[in-house]
Design a binder for this molecule. Sequence first.
Ligand code: GLN
Length: 447
Amino acid sequence: TEAVYENIEKMDDQIGAFLALGKEEALEAAKQVDEKGIDPNNVLSGLPIGIKDNLVTKGVETTAASKILSGFIPTYNATVVERVRQNGMITTGKLNMDEFAMGGSTENSAYKLTRNPWNLKKVPGGSSGGSAAAVASGQIPVSLGSDTGGSIRTPAAFTGIVGMKPTYGLVSRYGLIAYGSSLDTVGPFTKTVKDNALVLNAISGKDEKDSTSYRGELPDFTEGIENGVKGLRIGVPKEYIKEEVKEDGVVNKVREALELYKKMGAEVVEVSLPHTEYGVPAYYILASSEAASNLQRFDGIRYGYRAEQTETLEDLYVKSRSEGFGLEVKRRIMLGTFSLSSGFYDAHFKKAAKARTLIMQDFDKVFEEVDVLIAPTTTTTAYDIGGKIEDPIEMYMSDVLTVTINLAGVPSLSIPCGFSNGLPVGMQLIGKHFDEQTLYRAAYAFE
Ligand code: GLN
């Protein structure tokens, strides 16, 4: 834990991954682990972990990178924070992100810019950019992020590390500041596949405090990880590899990986997810609608920021929200409120909900024939800071390979698979609901 803080001191001026540190408490927790002795049956015990700033941490400022939550000190821990601590892990700081997890580059943080450790002129991806950059730069071995439409996988791909977006419901959302509640998931960032499975073991499973959390039995996600891919049926969605990817180097690396899988005994077939093109519009309508509703609680009364010199209660609400929310968050609130308003609901929200069902059916159908899907995680490698932020449509379109997976609720693991133009390329392994084990096994064989 001391070494982590030394690293942060040395490096984080350049990278910009951390928002708050909670150093005293972390050193105290580490001391307690030292006194008790490392648990020989739990490899996670004593290991430092960073936490995305939309997961609440008792006593440590939690803002979701929004000005509207500045100064908010939670009185309780998110379930995932409790669980990593129960496993002896030391929570060593809060990580930068796009405000309320809305974005794909971490440029929407109200507080600071996070840079890609491979090239400081490039974005680290988002919205969990701080979580990814902190691990990729070696400041910390493990972190937690959240993924509503790609926010774990995109930054994992852009920074060359391993990021798991689990099945919806596998990991409790209690204490995750809600963005799109029917899409939100929490998952780990690590440098290796096996580490990732170990952390998922620690955080997943039933939680009384989250009614959508999975109640069934769970396997040990590391079990069988070394069994290889002989006989595994891999589907390659043609829409994901031919049509949407903008950078040849990305396609080439994924194709090379597929060749390797064939050599290792897997069967590789082309498949189709025909409703992919509706993914981005459906996602942005549904996610924004849920966000508009979820963000109503930030009214200047209950948490964080409150505007000064207001006259009436309404004035206080309006000013606090106008000053507290950033541009992208306001855009989503407008879009979501519009999509849900009477007169537009049928044309927008309802249509998007129908498109979501079609996308889910695409996945159900394809998983009758294959065990996993493999595709690039992103359409390009990391782009320049400032490169897309002025053009929201371009920014939204760059999520085309990740959002459908959240709409369907299936798991997807992004792992590094080489370099293009000197930057890491990410490949995602997409699985059936609750079949994370197969994803780890297939990823481990490649790694
Ligand atoms: N880029 C997407 C968005 O802005 C996904 C973000 C996420 O997964 N939290 O909504």
